[in-house]
Design a protein around this ligand. Structure first.
Ligand SMILES: Cc1cc2nc3c(=O)[nH]c(=O)nc-3n(C[C@H](O)[C@H](O)[C@H](O)COP(=O)(O)OP(=O)(O)OC[C@H]3O[C@@H](n4cnc5c(N)ncnc54)[C@H](O)[C@@H]3O)c2cc1C
Length: 418
């Protein structure tokens, strides 16, 4: 229900409130600051902490240089896939696979924003965001707005963009608690499957050269599958250093010790017991689902992970967040209605089919990805996973997969109308 608030009250009011200054909130802020049309708009950015740490490494592929290209720490033109005796290196051309460190992104956007007079910051834990009706005392005109409340204060925004999830993606405990709060497997699967892409990564440093810096190992399935789909992800920064991440697509997250055990064994076996030091670690649990995670209504808009920017079948989100935020700024500039939706229906259908197959264990993930990469160019797969493939390219990808498994899954998804 909406509350009525008059415009003469003491609550500070802003054109835009960005609730959550992570990947999506700061991307939106960046594109708002870049807009030549929205320079006079007042913006309030709220986060529980602006003491940012290097809590995540973002990787993605793109053809051209883009807004954050100067932050790219490393990039690769070749990727490789490994499963049993299958080993394949593929050129990514015309795409480049890129890596950005979270901390570089946070610092860049925050320092740009701190220099802007129209941007205000509030460090606080948000308790609620609700739609209200705002009444102008002199004109008696009512307009919709939203009220954001934190422990010792509140503010009103004409538009509120929220990326506040009910769990923290870099804290496994909150993801596990969220999992438990979800309905039963049967109820979820009737609506749409829900899996976590969960992982622990280490940046390791050897004393001698052990990595080929030219090749990003995208998926090495020769690791314990945990009764689901699991792979090692290995991104060399140079010949001695790499990010090595044990990643699983499954219903439940593991304990830290379980990821560590697999990482220890893998690093020992892969590098013949050579010693290494761990110079950085990161953990994550990314929701893979087509279930909506938010039910906000105008003028409150969900963005980022909360706003369905994550590709449900892969967990990639960074590039979709960029598309979403650029799209929102364009809509604001042109006074259009706000549509944060980034994934098109056709590609969402493919995501739903793949998730159905993985969730119901109809085919092993290692076999699916092995077949896709064995029979297609990396560029075709990247286009497919970026939602930019043509129908002909989609058919090409689908022909890589076994019809007796994927056709019934597609029918189940259509009947479920995800
Ligand atoms: C470790 C990790 C690695 C990832 N790697 C990749 C990758 O390589 N490629 C890729 O495409 N995607 C990746 N992702 C997925 C996705 O791109 C990121 O999760 C991205 O950060 C999502 O942005 P977001 O703004 O939705 O969420 P976040 O970046 O998590 O931002 C949410 C913000 O809200 C704040 N917040 C939360 N609750 C409150 C509250 N109550 N009050 C105030 N503030 C609050 C948090 O402090 C945070 O700053 C990764 C995710 C993780 C966790």
């Amino acid at each position: 229900m909406s509350n009525a608030i008059d415009t003469n009250n003491k609550i500070a009011s802003y054109d835009y409130i960005i609730a959550g200054a992570g990947g999506a909130g700061l991307s939106l802020l960046y594109y708002l600051l870049e807009s030549p049309i929205l320079t006079t708009k007042s913006i309030l950015v709220i986060d529980q902490s602006f003491e940012k740490t290097n809590d995540r490494t973002w990787c993605f592929w793109e053809k051209e240089r883009s807004a954050f290209d100067n932050l790219v720490k490393n990039s690769w033109e070749t990727i490789s896939i490994h499963a049993d005796s299958f080993n394949k290196a593929l050129s990514t051309a015309p795409f480049t696979y890129k890596m950005i460190q979270g901390i570089d992104f946070y610092n860049t956007v925050l320092s740009k924003a701190k220099a802007a007079v129209n941007v205000h910051f509030q460090e606080a834990t948000i308790l609620s965001i609700t739609a209200i009706n705002q009444v102008n005392k002199s004109t008696l005109i009512t307009n919709k707005a939203a009220k954001v409340v934190w422990e010792n204060g509140s503010a009103i925004g004409n538009y509120v963009f929220s990326s506040l999830l009910p769990f923290q993606m870099n804290q496994l405990a909150t993801a596990a608690a969220y999992s438990q709060s979800l309905q039963t497997k049967e109820t979820i699967s009737k609506k749409a499957p829900f899996l976590w892409q969960h992982f622990k990564g280490r940046v390791v440093q050897f004393q001698q050269s052990v990595f080929n810096p030219a090749v990003a190992k995208l998926m090495d399935f020769n690791v314990p599958q945990q009764g689901a789909t699991a792979f090692m992800y290995q991104l060399p920064l140079n010949e001695k250093e790499a990010l090595v991440e044990y990643t699983i697509f499954s219903e439940n997250v593991l304990s830290i010790a379980e990821y560590d055990k697999v990482l220890d064994t893998y690093l020992t076996n892969e590098f013949s017991g050579k010693s290494y030091s761990i110079i950085h670690e990161e953990i994550g649990a990314i929701p893979m689902t087509l279930l909506p995670l938010s039910n906000y209504q105008a003028p409150i808009y969900a963005i980022g992970a909360l706003g369905a920017a994550i590709k449900a079948s892969t967990g990639y989100a960074f590039q979709f967040i960029q598309v979403q935020c650029k799209q929102l700024v364009k809509q604001l500039e042109q006074g259009q209605s706000i549509q944060p939706q980034v994934h098109n229906t056709r590609h969402q259908f493919y995501d739903a089919v793949l998730l159905h197959v993985l969730f119901h264990h109809k085919m092993e993930g290692s076999a699916i990805f092995k077949r896709i990469f064995a029979k297609n160019k990396a560029a075709t797969v990247f286009k497919f996973l970026s939602n930019t493939s043509t129908i002909l390219e989609d058919i090409q990808i689908m022909r890589s997969l076994p019809t007796p498994i994927f056709l019934p899954a597609a029918i189940r998804v259509l009947l479920r109308r995800v």
